[in-house]
Write a protein that binds this ligand. Structure first.
Ligand code: AMP
Ligand code: MG
Length: 385
């Protein structure tokens, strides 16, 4: 599979503007984490997180075994303005000392997305600041630059509760999608497997903990997803069905059964992620054949916490001449520092948005690839991104 040259965004900013130091407030509420952060992006490209706060909602959603959109939206609406005030106080800044206000404008659960975006619009309007409507996926894509001035391009594997994608990141607004899930996200595969086996929410950490106790991790044969498909796309729906079937076939499941099945599910998810990532690494290597090795593979999203996934990715990286870069966990999962950073990078390029910028449930980062691959695109039946 060949990849197209990612289109460059309209960049009218002067060299001086691109190198200026900017301070941006970022707000995030696209899933179940309410977050605010202030980031200062310096002229040399280094980023400084001046203040950050995240409030999760695991207890509110745990009884349902997954995120309930209405509960999430209400939680965000109650907290967003307080969070913004708290980070401003912590950074000892007033709104007028900011250069812009950024918020996730999608993709995500629409009621939740609106909470951060409306708060950002209010602040921007009140203080006469530019608004930046950030694509949540671009936030994840740029997140490694919160901790190191990583040079473009890099390959990104985003594995979270809502997204599973492989992207070539060539610059701000210049990203090409190599593959995406055609059904569930990798995090959902963990969460749903956990739910089937009566484990708590979020399921990923529970599955990982129980899998460590497995006596016979090879006991349950689970399918290899999209075994005959040579693309970089992912699929996890078949795995969920297979886990359910294996679980239901046990008459009185013991803790040993549960540990073995958890280990099998985890291994199947990790294998699928690493196989697809390996394929994307081969494409990236060919496309950027003249770059120095090792080439960068960035992994982001909550599933990046999983040791089996990381070990598998390390091995795939060694095989393909890549180095694995995992931002600190607080920047791997949903956070507002990455939204503030994406906002700062965009501001310096002159990429600001009007105050009527819409909240979007679906918003592919790479509209070109999404339009050419409707099964994984932005249609009603497509996944969230
Ligand atoms: P995010 O959507 O980035 O906030 O990440 C949340 C998702 O990551 C949920 O689906 C979790 O089950 C999953 N997750 C978190 N920790 C782990 C882990 N240790 N192993 C596997 N999945 C995990
Ligand atoms: Mg989350």
């Amino acid at each position: 599979m060949a990849i197209d040259q990612a289109p460059a965004p309209a960049q009218q900013a002067s060299a001086q503007e691109i190198a200026r130091t900017v301070t941006v407030l970022g707000l995030e509420s696209s899933c179940d984490d309410s977050a605010a952060a202030i980031v200062r992006l310096h002229g040399d490209g280094s980023a400084q997180v001046l203040a950050e706060r995240v409030i999760g909602q695991n207890e509110a959603h745990a009884p349902f075994g997954g995120v309930v959109p209405e509960i999430a939206a209400r939680g965000h609406a109650e907290r967003m303005d307080t969070l913004a005030a708290e980070v401003l106080a912590e950074a000892e800044l007033s709104v007028s000392e900011l250069d812009a206000v950024a918020a996730t404008a999608g993709p995500g659960l629409i009621g939740g997305v609106m909470a951060a975006l409306m708060t950002a619009k209010g602040l921007a309007l009140g203080a006469g600041l530019p608004l930046i409507a950030v694509n949540h996926l671009e936030g994840h894509a740029l997140s490694p630059r919160l901790t190191e001035p990583l040079a473009f391009p890099w390959l990104l594997l985003l594995v979270s509760g809502g997204h599973t994608q492989l992207l070539v990141v060539e610059g701000v607004g210049r990203m090409t999608r190599l593959g995406s899930t055609i059904d569930d996200a990798a995090g959902e595969a963990f969460d749903k497997s956990a739910k089937i086996m009566g484990l708590g929410f979020p399921g990923g950490p529970a599955v990982e903990a129980i899998a460590r106790e497995a006596a016979d991790p090879g006991r349950f044969p689970l399918p290899r997803m999209l075994a005959k498909d040579k693309s970089c796309d992912f699929s996890f729906a078949g795995l969920k069905t297979a886990v359910k079937r294996s679980w239901d076939a046990l008459e009185a499941p013991t803790p040993e059964d549960r540990a073995d099945l958890a280990a099998a599910a985890q291994a199947a998810i990790a294998r699928h992620l690493c196989e697809r990532a390996g394929r994307a690494m081969a494409i990236f290597s060919e496309r950027f054949a003249d770059l120095d090795r090792p080439l960068p593979l960035v992994v982001a999203g909550g599933v990046a916490a999983n040791a089996a996934v990381r070990t598998g990715l390390e091995a795939a990286c060694a095989e393909h001449g890549f180095r694995l870069i995992a931002p600190p966990m607080k920047y791997c999962t949903d956070n507002a520092a990455m939204i503030a950073l994406a906002g700062a990078e965009r501001l310096r390029l002159g990429l600001t948005d009007p105050l009527d910028a819409p909240a979007r449930a679906r918003w592919p980062l790479d509209e070109h690839s999404a339009a050419n691959a409707p099964a994984t695109g932005a249609g009603r039946k497509g996944p969230k991104a």
